[in-house]
Design a protein around this ligand. Sequence first.
Ligand code: SF4
Length: 444
Amino acid sequence: MNSWFGHRPRLFIRTYGCQQNVADSECIRGLLEYCGCESVQSEQDADLILFNTCAVRGHAEDRVIGNIGNLKAIKSEKPKTIIAVGGCMVHQEQVAKDVFDHFRYVDIIFNTNNLEEIPSTILQRIQSKKRVFKPVCSEYTLNEKVPVSRDNQACRAFLPIMYGCDNFCSYCIVPYVRGRERSRKPEVIINEFRSCVEDSFKDIMLLGQNVNSYGKGLKCETGFPELLEQLNDVPGDFWIRFMSSNPNDATLQLFDTIAKCSKVARHMHLAVQSGSNRILKLMNRHYTVEEYLSILDYAHAVVPDFYFTSDIIVGFPGETEQDFEATVELIKRAKFYSIFSFIYSKRAGTRAAEMPDDTPHKLKADRLNYLNEIQRQITEELELKLIGTRQKALCLGEMPDGRYEYRISNNAEVTVDMKGTKNEFYTIEINDYKNRRLYGKGVK
Ligand code: SF4
């Protein structure tokens, strides 16, 4: 690559979407830095520009298209610049073709389900002097041999434990763009986990589209609870977190394990999506509201001070006022710490995309605003209950106003008048809540 650019290639990666994409981009950066590239902070300074895209909702794709449009000027200014677009959005062949045909200055379309192929794909572009169209990869791998270049300024390390999803929720594009579930070997994960701890990470997030089904297909008997126990035994002071969880595989054994593993953070993101059993059926979610709530009840019974967050889709095709009211009742009952709530986004190729949907967008937006207001009140109620409590807290660094930000076990962030060292644990006492923000003081 050096000969093509006449100097050490300068690399810029723009990442869209979920934490799994962030982790993939850290692998891509690791791989290309290993091949001699140096990372830069902007497209303007780069010779190699990679976009790692997302397809989970329509507006995520719109943003990518807009940003690709902005690269035209850079390409005409520096024609040797190589522009590559990869990730979930272009794993959809028709979308990949549209991008490749419309943006003639995009050199490469690549697939992130086999990251090891990326350096050779870039060399193919350079040596053949032809654009490369690779929306589909030869095989779905586990990226085991790929070096990872983590952002050691970050106060969290991302560690993929599995890839893909077999659930085929009717609205979701992920199984079509990320492939079938495949788990990394426990010993490989534990080694990488140890190196994160050695690199002074104190907050390590295990990643997968459905971490609770970790281990399916592995020869060994290590499921997700067993993996958590083994990671909990790794020497050091740190928090183990994990995302994303599907209620289908959230076993009672998992919460029994969390109860005895003190290093597992007291927070879980457990997407429910709707409070209506009729809609859950149409979503192909395979659990009922009652079953979901019984998981929460069990977790709260066996793990003190455990907090849940969740995802809610409003305006799924055919959603009635009654369905929506059931969702409102669910969040009142579940008392989530917070929710990620969205208006349903039609994804071509999914089963839900074929379902009739005549609910006006305005009504969906009104429902979303109403739901968010209910949730805001619940979050406030839970945050007010934290006042007066002492918490183990991770220093995230100094804020622009000179105070310091800390993260606590339930994933909340607190503003504290205590100077701290980034990535170190402290004890704080939460003493106030204003404007949706928690405040605290240091405890010696
Ligand atoms: S479990 Fe999650 S990633 Fe898998 S299909 Fe359902 S929503 Fe998509």
